[in-house]
Design a protein around this ligand. Structure first.
Ligand SMILES: Cc1cc2nc3c(=O)[nH]c(=O)nc-3n(C[C@H](O)[C@H](O)[C@H](O)COP(=O)(O)OP(=O)(O)OC[C@H]3O[C@@H](n4cnc5c(N)ncnc54)[C@H](O)[C@@H]3O)c2cc1C
Length: 412
């Protein structure tokens, strides 16, 4: 079998550009196709912990990541009248180890894109229309009408992966709804927050607003979570319908909620999705393979989706290089390395998803009591350590091999 060299990657968010970076370093020729007309900059702040930090260092982007740290100081819960009912400093709140960091998803995507765009072909505003595989490669027809042939195709196109649908079948076979919806968008910094997150809990709902450090300081992120055991019928491409669903879910609520919801109308980075995981028996079929959320979404509840997207890209490219482009061996090794860690994180997500919202007023009151008393208890450090240990396990669940020897000579 001829060794694979050319790779089409569908999706330019986190997994796609990270994979392109590594493939280029190993002497492959990646092309990235992204449906959006330009790099998408929206999204929440995302955690980079353990293995993900190590991978950022190996990619040579860690200093830039650090320079874009959200640098949050902490968070507080407020009641309907805006009075603080509990406050937590960042070291307890984030469960973060010293080397861990947090960055806006859009900043990370931009750093990876800028690091790769001179070496990698990016096709924005296009998408794969069809894939036809034979023994030696894959014929790709794009929505634009262009036709190209690649040795391999990678779906890095997220929870609602188009590549998964084309090659493996309907999303409903793989997606598991964890009982909640999440929406995030940028608005004016109405609460005048600085490196601070303000939470307001209502039965079955949680609203949070935060402003980070740096260039985002004059804007705030509005985040809404609401419980919904059943899946809501809507098209995940229909933003207007999603804005309506969000407004309906919070229609009867006070505090700052009406003003914050109204800001959705002008938001150009509106994000709405179910809190869901993706479970597949295999992440590859023939010459097509999935990476990141497309393969194994762990949901926002895990706090590890972005870390695992970076890890998957690192392992997939490394195994392809180690196997000298033999995709059959590489895809098998990729799954073997990744799967146990992914499953651990998905378990974590399923249990944390239940904690994202609280179902009654008295349970909220109990949680607020805990938030208030925790920083004052003598066991505060013990509890913080226990939380950090759990998170550390999840963040280092995939062992990182050293693939340096396979780097192409000119990129060493
Ligand atoms: C705009 C945006 C905002 C997000 N906000 C949050 C958030 O607030 N909280 C959170 O927990 N997670 C969020 N996520 C998801 C988070 O980025 C992922 O969980 C994680 O980083 C894994 O990344 P990924 O690259 O595997 O997938 P994703 O980040 O989902 O990226 C998939 C990429 O594929 C592109 N794409 C989709 N369909 C096609 C197609 N047919 N052809 C070509 N390209 C396609 C998408 O436009 C996107 O750029 C967001 C994702 C995006 C794209």
């Amino acid at each position: 079998m001829r060794a694979s060299r050319t790779v089409l990657i569908s999706g330019a968010s986190v997994a796609g550009p990270a994979l392109a970076l590594w493939l280029h370093r190993y002497g492959f020729v990646p092309t990235v196709v992204e449906k959006a007309p330009a790099l998408r900059t929206g999204g929440y702040k995302v955690d980079l912990r353990g293995g993900a930090i190590e991978i950022c260092a190996r990619m040579g982007v860690l200093d830039e990541v650090r320079a874009h740290s959200t640098d949050m100081a902490g968070g507080s819960y407020v009641d309907s009248r805006g009075r603080t009912v509990g406050e937590l400093p960042a070291e307890i709140f984030g469960g973060r180890e010293e080397q861990d960091d947090e960055i806006m998803r859009g900043d990370l995507a931009r750093i990876l894109y800028e690091r790769t765009r001179d070496d990698v072909e990016y096709l924005f505003g296009d998408s794969v229309a069809s894939l036809t595989e034979d023994e030696d490669g894959v014929d790709v027809v794009f929505e634009s009408g262009a036709r190209r042939r690649f040795d391999l195709v990678v779906g890095a196109d997220g929870l609602h992966s188009h590549t998964r649908r084309l090659v493996f079948g309907d999303e409903r076979r793989f997606k598991r709804h964890l009982g909640a919806y999440i929406s995030i968008f940028t608005g004016p910094n109405r609460l005048e927050l600085t490196r601070w997150e303000t939470y307001h809990a209502r039965p079955d709902k949680l609203v949070s607003v935060y402003a980070t450090a740096g260039e985002h300081a004059d804007r705030a992120k509005n985040c809404f979570v609401f419980a919904s055991p059943a899946e809501l019928p809507y098209d995940h491409r229909d933003t207007a319908a999603q804005k309506r669903l969000l407004a309906e879910a919070f229609a009867a609520d006070d505090w700052e909620i009406p003003r914050l919801i109204a800001d959705a109308a002008d938001a150009d980075d509106f994000y709405f999705d179910s809190v869901a995981t993706v479970h597949m028996d295999r992440w590859s079929k023939g010459r097509v393979v999935l990476v990141g959320d497309a393969a194994h979404c762990t949901s926002p509840a895990s706090g590890q989706g972005t870390g695992l997207a970076l890890t998957g890209a690192y392992v997939l490219a490394g195994e392809l290089a180690a196997a000298g482009g033999d995709h059959v061996t590489a895809f098998e090794m990729y799954e073997k390395e990744m799967r146990p860690g992914v499953e651990l994180n998905q378990k974590f997500a399923a249990s944390f998803a239940k904690e994202m919202t609280v179902s009654s007023r008295w349970k909220i009151a109990l949680r607020m009591l805990m938030v208030r008393t925790l920083p004052k208890t003598p066991w505060k450090n013990l509890i913080a350590r226990k939380i950090r240990e759990e998170i550390r396990k999840a963040a280092n669940a995939v062992p990182l091999k050293d693939y340096t020897d396979h780097a192409a000579r000119e990129t060493l």
